[in-house]
Ligand binder design. Structure first.
Ligand code: NAD
Ligand code: UDP
Length: 341
């Protein structure tokens, strides 16, 4: 089975490509490298001992996408390609709607032209917005996220629902990720943010390796156990395997049409202070931090109810927080400058 992976050179994409190869799927990666390096694909090929077809291109370029569908007999698409920085999305919202919403519509149109119906979408816990209680469960109504990034994910989920209503052949899966962290245990692929990291773990790891002076903890006066925000962190290799599980689910359910959402998380919330502690334990070194003001738009706490994915996809996030920290550190310390080192 041949899978087109858009955004496959990125953080989650590269780990998923590796899992796909290890599970005997053939892979074509389509990526414009706006937030990634081709080096990630070279390293995935080395780890898997297999070849990946790579095409550099933008998902908004329908002609180029169409050529890919002509050249390769694609059976399914896993769609990671998107811009993902919440803060940046408030500054350049049009780029976010162009890439994440228009780009997805272009991809779906080309898939339809080429009669490819299996589609797995990178959604996010952010689609639950501020309105829902925790833990989040798939039966909840979608919320209204405050950022254009979050809104773009809700919009795409709506596009998929409408497409499924209109096209009886469409077979879609929305995977709602919670907070992926960590790296492949080899330490050769991992998260390589450009500039100052927005997310917690890359920031902590860069402080540990001496690239940043200290971590700013955004608020310690939230209504949580220790006052810092709680999130559902899961290992990126568990998340990668969630995509293989979703593809296997589509293959097992040949009668299925429509679109189905699954939460991918551990079901546990961990605070920022607890993350810093766990990282310090893993590397046996102190992480300098200071408490700074709250970051706009942060919710106090959310985590997944992952029962649906556990039961229907036969998938469970099994790697421990300790392993997430160790693997983050192996990647960061072996590659202090990411893929450019
Ligand atoms: P990433 O930036 O590392 O990967 C995204 C990839 O898509 C990059 O390689 C980038 O070059 C590519 N890309 C972006 N726009 C493109 C376009 N127009 N055409 C072709 N390629 C394009 O991000 P990631 O963390 O691996 O996230 C992957 C997906 O998962 C995204 O859709 C993101 O919104 C979603 N997601 C991520 C998280 C997270 O915490 N990392 C959480 C929830 C959802
Ligand atoms: N966070 C922090 N300092 C940082 C980055 C993040 O205190 O430099 C906090 C942030 O406020 C949130 C948690 O860490 O409570 C996770 O943030 P991240 O951006 O990684 O994930 P998201 O907010 O998207 O869930």
């Amino acid at each position: 089975m041949k899978v087109l992976v858009t955004g496959g050179a990125g953080y989650i994409g590269s780990h998923t490509v590796l899992s796909l190869l290890e599970n005997n799927y053939d892979v074509v990666v389509y990526d414009n490298l706006v937030n990634s390096s081709i080096e990630s694909i070279d390293r995935v090929e080395k780890l898997a001992g297999k070849k990946v077809e790579f095409v550099e291109g933008d998902i908004c370029n329908k002609d180029k996408l169409s050529q890919v569908f002509k050249q390769f007999k694609i059976d399914a698409v896993i769609h990671f390609a998107a811009l993902k920085a919440v803060g940046e999305s408030t500054q350049i919202p049009l780029s976010y709607y162009q890439n994440n919403v228009h780009g997805t519509v272009c991809l779906l149109e080309v898939m339809q032209q080429h009669k490819v119906h299996n589609f797995i979408f990178s959604s996010s816990a952010t689609v639950y917005g501020e309105e829902n209680d925790v833990p989040y469960v798939e039966t909840m109504k979608l919320g209204t996220p405050s950022s254009p990034y979050g809104a773009s994910k809700v919009m795409v989920e709506r596009v998929l629902a409408d497409l499924a209503l209109s096209d009886p052949n469409f077979r879609g899966v929305s995977l709602r990720y919670f907070n992926p962290i960590g790296a492949h245990e080899s330490g050769t692929i991992g998260e390589d943010p450009k500039g100052i990291p927005n997310n917690l773990l890359p920031y902590v790891a860069q402080v540990a390796v001496g690239k940043r002076d200290k971590l700013g903890i955004f608020g310690d006066d939230y209504p949580t156990k220790d006052g810092t925000c709680e999130r559902d962190y899961l290992h990126v290799m568990d998340l990668a395997q969630g995509h293989v599980a979703a593809l296997d689910w589509l293959n097992r359910h040949s009668e299925f049409s429509g679109v189905e959402a699954f939460n991918l998380g551990t079901g546990n919330g961990t605070s920022v202070f607890a993350i810093v502690k766990a990282f310090e334990l893993a590397i046996n070194k102190e992480i300098k931090f200071e408490v700074s003001p709250r970051r706009a738009g942060d919710l106090p706490a959310f985590w997944a109810n992952a029962n649906k994915a556990n039961q229907q996809l036969n998938w469970q996030a099994s790697r421990t927080l300790e392993k997430m920290m160790e693997d983050t550190w192996r990647w960061q310390s072996n590659n202090p400058n990411g893929y450019l080192a």
